[in-house]
Design a protein around this ligand. Structure first.
Ligand SMILES: Nc1ncnc2c1ncn2[C@@H]1O[C@H](COP(=O)(O)OP(=O)(O)OP(=O)(O)O)[C@@H](O)[C@H]1O
Ligand SMILES: [Mg+2]
Length: 240
């Protein structure tokens, strides 16, 4: 049975979709079967990050509305992927999404639902459909405080198994008090740390340059470490 994770945040642009793509690829490299599901309804982007945007024909909304068979919505690649619907329908809710994922895609080891930012409808759908949640934040007051609110809202929805990813982290600004340190992020959100992804210049420019971070880039190594922690390996939370 697949473990279903929702990837959420308070503020936008903190790296949810990048994390979803990175952790999915890292888990696949460890031999796991992974399905990435875009839940950023109307503003999807995971198809671009997984480089399969031109292959998108159907989305999970089409499956819920019986416009296509479940298998036809899956784009097979290193990471299997299902696109987000372009607009909301009443039927696109947590109950139907969970039913779909547990009923039709249960052969995966991991399913990641990439939510939109904040606590709107996409968040409720993703959080309500998951077993556990990964909250992504950057180490600044605005994003951390919003992340704490989103995590509290998810708890109200019954999602109490939560982990934190601190993304785009840089040690020097944190030491100079230009960014929060890791303890401050953990204390403010009240969520256990799963991992830290450093700021990676190549990743920041990748959507324009088309140049992907290499195998030993800081972000890639971080995704690998986090994937190993998720599979139960005892891996240090090293920050570079
Ligand atoms: N660790 C990182 N280092 C440098 N740049 C990063 C890192 N993580 C993400 N980015 C960049 O930040 C930008 C936003 O990332 P992304 O789209 O993944 O955020 P998001 O939280 O999914 O946004 P949204 O809330 O709009 O869905 C992208 O340009 C991405 O390349
Ligand atoms: Mg996104």
């Amino acid at each position: 049975m697949a473990e279903i994770y929702a990837i959420i945040s308070g503020k936008g642009g903190v790296g949810k979709s990048t994390f979803t793509a990175g952790i999915s690829a890292a888990l696949v490299s460890l031999g796991k079967k992974v399905l990435a599901v875009d839940c950023d309804i109307g503003l999807r982007s995971l198809d671009l990050l997984l480089e399969c945007d031109e292959q998108v024909v159907f989305d999970w909304g089409d499956v819920i509305l019986s416009r296509c068979e479940p298998e036809r919505a899956v784009i097979h690649g290193k990471v299997d992927f299902i696109a987000a619907p372009r607009s909301f329908e009443d039927e696109f809710n947590a109950e139907n999404l969970r039913k779909l994922l547990t009923g039709c895609y249960s052969g995966y080891d991991y399913i990641f639902i990439d939510s939109s930012a904040g606590v709107g409808r996409a968040f409720e759908t993703a959080a309500g459909a998951c077993d556990r949640l990964i909250a992504v934040t950057t180490a600044d007051n605005i994003c951390v405080r919003s992340c704490a609110v989103a995590c509290a809202d998810a708890r109200k929805l019954g999602v109490t198994d939560q982990r934190l990813i601190i993304n785009m982290f840089e040690i020097r600004p944190a030491k100079k008090r230009r960014l929060l340190n890791l303890d401050e992020c953990i204390d403010e959100t009240g969520v256990r740390l799963l991992g830290v992804v450093p700021f990676d210049r190549v990743l920041a420019y990748a959507s324009v340059t088309g140049i992907k971070p290499g195998e030993f880039s800081p972000s890639d190594r971080a995704f690998d470490r986090i994937a190993r922690r998720m599979t139960g390996e005892n891996v240090d939370l090293i920050c570079e």
